[in-house]
Design a protein around this ligand. Structure first.
Ligand SMILES: [Zn+2]
Length: 223
């Protein structure tokens, strides 16, 4: 086992539980959790040149282009002690060009493992399309775990509804897009010998333990 934490990329479709597990892993290893969405928000708040660019695309409801995403992530990786301490990347890379650029940025400190946190589409669909949210306090529920009273928020008493973009059709579209986008990335990391699969079905605690076990194996091989 090396004396730093893992250099880890976590891939997973929406509904796989990636965000939750990424933040648990970061805490477990005492490393930096780099979620692209958070990084974007931070850059915007700090008013950096790149933050300004990101804001422009987001205001127009457009996808932030590769070179800007790469720029933001490069800035964070090089200006923090993420490389020395270790990191969990969550939401990046999303494309093969982004993955290649990440390789260049990390040059002498390559990734230890890329984990594909995998759940079948039907399960991801059920998790997201079953989600309901309070219009007032944003507390989330699920059709399998509803509020005590008929879709009235337990916390604040407001209505609990389904978000427009959580409908089955909208979720299905996002999942299909994700599949198309991510497949080349999965192949890329498999060719690099970095890819590992972890089953994201079942209890969150069990999934977490499988993730840690997978990281441990790779870190030991590396050392
Ligand atoms: Zn509420």
């Amino acid at each position: 086992m090396s004396d730093r934490g893992p250099h880890l990329v976590l891939l997973g479709k929406q509904g796989a539980g990636k965000g939750t597990q990424a933040s648990r892993l970061a805490e477990h290893y005492g490393v930096i959790h780099l979620a692209t969405g958070d990084v974007f928000r931070a850059a915007i708040n700090e008013g950096t040149e790149l933050g300004f660019e990101v804001q422009r695309y987001m205001d127009r409801g457009e996808l932030v282009p590769d070179e800007i995403v790469i720029g933001v992530v490069r800035e964070v990786l090089t200006n923090s002690d993420a490389v020395k301490r270790g990191f969990v990347l969550d939401g990046f890379p999303r494309t093969v060009p982004q993955a290649k650029e990440l390789e260049r940025v990390l040059a002498d400190f390559p990734l230890d493992v890329v984990i594909d946190l995998d759940v079948p589409t039907e399960i991801a669909l059920h998790r997201i399309a079953g989600r309901r949210v309070c219009v007032q306090c944003q507390t989330t529920y699920h059709v399998d775990n509803p509020p005590k009273e008929d879709w009235i928020c337990d916390v604040c008493g407001s209505d609990v509804v389904q978000r427009d973009d959580d409908t089955e059709e909208a979720v299905m579209r996002r999942l299909e897009l994700w599949e198309i986008q991510t497949l080349p990335l999965i192949h890329f990391y498999r060719r690099r010998g970095l890819l590992a699969h972890v089953d994201g079905i079942g209890d969150s605690e069990d999934v977490f333990e499988s993730l840690v076990a997978t990281v441990e194996v790779r870190m030991t091989e590396d050392a």
